[in-house]
Ligand binder design. Structure first.
Ligand code: AP5
Length: 248
């Protein structure tokens, strides 16, 4: 278990009341999935599971998977479904996922979505997922991507819209901010192509299942969070029994 996992499990144990169940955040690169997932994690006390972060963690540890994934990430291409599915399956086994979780950046192919459907169906007591699809215009996405700066512990900034108090330094922990290797205009084009060809097809898959909402991501961060919260309340469920049955 990584240090980040441990921190998330501590957060999970501190929160109690309203539990949204599994929440999937879907959308193109830079739309705000990570930003919103962290806010939902803090609000609901459920962990954020970002497949991008899990892969970057593998890279940091220089595992064979991490090194192979690094090559694909730098080109803006997807890591193989079986590898990512196995990584998610392993993460979902952790105790902190029992009351719900936010999946950030997964599933992003139809094969991953089908795998997740089957995986959850095979686990007794699993709540149906709520899917939030975030939208922002392409030009604004590029600005968000090239302006993003991150700290090694995952705090997210933007030199245009969410700058740190001191340039290049994380407000939360004083660590130096960096630009992700895949946050260039060239790699963004490749990531967008992959989104259009693969991930966009996941949206109709979930829209058809009913527990789906589209949220305009081109609003201030807090307004996006409010819109997501409102959607989640519409699909509100208890910790044991969903109020809205799957498929309705
Ligand atoms: P991943 O890390 O998941 O990248 P992504 O999906 O492209 O998404 P991003 O992290 O770029 O953006 P985000 O939507 O989280 O936006 P953020 O909140 O940071 O994946 C990286 C790579 O890993 C993939 O390309 C692939 O190779 C591999 N991979 C990952 N998952 C995989 C999978 N399932 N299968 C196969 N391969 C996989 O915000 C962006 C910027 O905008 C920030 O600067 C932020 O401050 C700013 N911002 C956020 N919200 C707002 C707002 N409301 N107003 C103004 N600015 C805002």
């Amino acid at each position: 278990m990584t240090e980040t996992d441990t921190k998330q499990e501590n957060v999970a144990s501190e929160k109690a009341d309203f539990i949204p169940g599994p929440v999937l955040l879907i959308g193109p690169p830079g739309v705000g999935k990570g930003t919103q997932a962290k806010l939902l994690m803090a609000e609901f006390g459920i962990p954020q599971i970002s497949t991008g972060d899990l892969l970057r963690e593998q890279r940091k540890q220089r595992t064979p998977l991490g090194l192979a994934a690094d090559d694909l990430i730098r080109q803006g291409l997807l890591v193989a479904d079986e590898i990512v599915n196995a990584m998610v399956a392993e993460r979902l086994r952790h105790a902190d996922c029992g009351r719900g979780y936010v999946l950030d950046g997964f599933p992003r192919t139809l094969a991953q979505a089908t795998w997740l459907d089957q995986h959850l169906a095979s686990h007794e007591g699993s709540c149906p997922v709520v899917v939030i699809s975030l939208r922002v215009d392409r030009d604004d996405l590029l600005k968000r991507i090239t302006g993003r700066r991150v700290c090694p512990d995952g705090h997210i900034y933007n030199i245009y819209s969410q700058p740190p108090a001191r340039a290049g330094v994380c407000d939360a922990d004083g660590k130096r901010l960096e630009q992700r290797k895949d946050d260039t205009e060239e790699v963004f084009e490749s990531r967008m192509r992959v989104f259009d060809e693969e991930t966009a097809r996941v949206i109709p898959h979930y829209r058809g299942q009913g527990r789906f909402a589209e949220v305009d991501g081109f609003q201030p961060v807090e307004a996006v969070t409010t819109a997501i919260r409102t959607s989640l309340q519409g699909f509100r469920m208890g910790s044991e029994r969903p109020r809205v049955p799957a498929g309705k």
